[in-house]
Design a protein around this ligand. Structure first.
Ligand SMILES: Cc1ncc(COP(=O)(O)O)c(C=O)c1O
Length: 395
């Protein structure tokens, strides 16, 4: 046996996104790329904003000496200062470079944070539906995932969260805007979570981190305002990514920001920096850190995503699908017309439409539709989605 038992079993459980991706490849080979409508991936089709290309060219055309060397494991001071400045402006809380660690995307950031805080057997609460990699990341560092079901709008139920938290709970992950539902948490929701965690900390005499995965923070619609965990809870850590807001998933750049008043802040940041190193990331990519320094506040066109959301949401509702209207990210999470979401996803596959079964996100009975694709793919998928809706009497 060459694989460890753990890796073998986690690979067998596998990722439904990956499975759909592989099915898509063979379908596209058979039918031709243009005849398959792939709504399964969260890989944005949008190009990075023009400011990114301009800044990249500037750096490449006038390279500064040493710009490809190793640096502090936390990342360039100038970049962390720029990130801290932007975060201070957006939150009204004063962040310093020392509160920021640059990471290889949110995935790198989450692993750094979990590695830093988890002892074997420590628990992390995760609201379902969830981004499936959370479970793998928690397992990577000896932690135990405690799933916390949500209500019919995919919002946290406080009594359920309350019941899940024990003296072993080291943290709770929230992800708003959410993958896979697109749901955005209001100020009230985040405030209530903060209050509950504070009460638990006081009662148990433990420190519980509120870990906010903010990969989609900038992708919000209808003039919704982002609700920062930092305003509601001091022991909070935000994990950010530029994979979505700047459409740079292949470049692996993001950062971890800790509340300036978090208990044991300095020790924690030292831990993040150390774990960035020993997990083998060493530091976030130098070139991207240099580019980002001058791109604080720049994003891809949110209006374009909102147009796609409006179009697909309207069509799905007209077809009879039951779906919560998302306020952000680029996913819709309709109810599956069949109780067996995998069977329904396979029906759609026969109609050349690729989506992901809800059970891949801890929510059987739903399916995820990703609309970070070109309009032709979205429009082309409608015939198959409609035929499936008619077949299962949604209309
Ligand atoms: C909720 C969530 N967190 C993190 C990530 C990973 O982001 P990154 O590419 O920055 O590692 C994704 C990617 O799809 C995501 O959906």
């Amino acid at each position: 046996m060459s694989l460890s038992d753990n890796v073998r079993s986690r690979m067998t459980e596998g990722s439904w996104v990956r499975r759909m991706f592989e099915q898509g490849i063979s379908l596209k080979k058979r039918l031709g790329e243009e005849n398959v409508f792939d709504l399964s991936l969260g890989n944005p089709v949008m190009e990075p904003p023009p400011e990114f290309e301009k800044e990249l060219s500037r750096l490449v055309n006038s390279p500064a000496p040493g710009m490809h060397r190793y640096m502090e494991n936390a990342g360039y001071l100038e970049t962390r200062t720029a990130v801290a400045g932007q975060l201070s402006r957006e939150t009204g809380i004063e962040f310093k470079a020392g509160d920021i660690v640059m990471t290889c995307g949110a995935a790198g950031g989450m692993n750094v944070v979990l590695k830093t805080i988890l002892n074997p057997g420590d628990e992390i609460g995760v609201f379902a539906p969830y981004f499936m990699e959370f479970r793998n990341y928690i397992d990577n560092h000896g932690g135990v995932t405690r799933i916390v079901p949500t209500d019919q709008y995919f919002l946290p139920k406080l009594d359920v969260l309350d019941a899940v938290i024990t003296p072993k709970t080291k943290g709770v992950i929230i992800n708003s805007p959410n993958n896979p539902t697109g749901v955005v948490y209001s100020g009230e929701v985040v405030r209530e979570i903060g209050e509950l965690l504070r009460a638990k900390e006081a009662k148990q005499g433990t420190q519980i981190f509120l870990i906010s995965d903010e990969a989609y923070r900038k992708i919000m619609y209808d003039d919704l305002e982002y609700e920062f965990v930092f305003h509601h809870y001091r022991n909070s850590i935000a994990i950010n990514s530029h994979s979505k807001d700047l459409a740079l998933p292949g470049e692996r750049i993001g950062y971890v920001a800790i509340h300036p008043e978090c208990s044991h802040r300095e020790e924690l940041v030292d831990g993040f920096v150390f774990c960035n190193r020993i997990l083998g990331f060493v530091n976030a990519p130098a070139l991207m850190q240099n580019v980002l320094r001058n791109l604080q506040g720049v994003t891809v066109s949110i209006a374009e995503y909102q147009k796609k959301r409006d179009f697909l949401y309207r069509n799905l509702v007209e077809m009879g699908y039951s779906v919560v209207r998302p306020g952000g990210a680029f996913y819709l999470f309709p109810e599956s017309p069949l109780e067996d979401d995998v069977a329904f996803v396979n029906e759609l596959l026969q109609l050349n439409v690729l989506v992901v079964p809800g059970r891949g996100f801890g929510a059987p009975g739903y399916f995820r539709v990703s609309y970070c694709v070109n309009d032709r793919t979205i429009e082309g998928s409608l015939a198959g989605l409609k035929e499936a809706a008619q077949k299962f009497n949604l209309c």
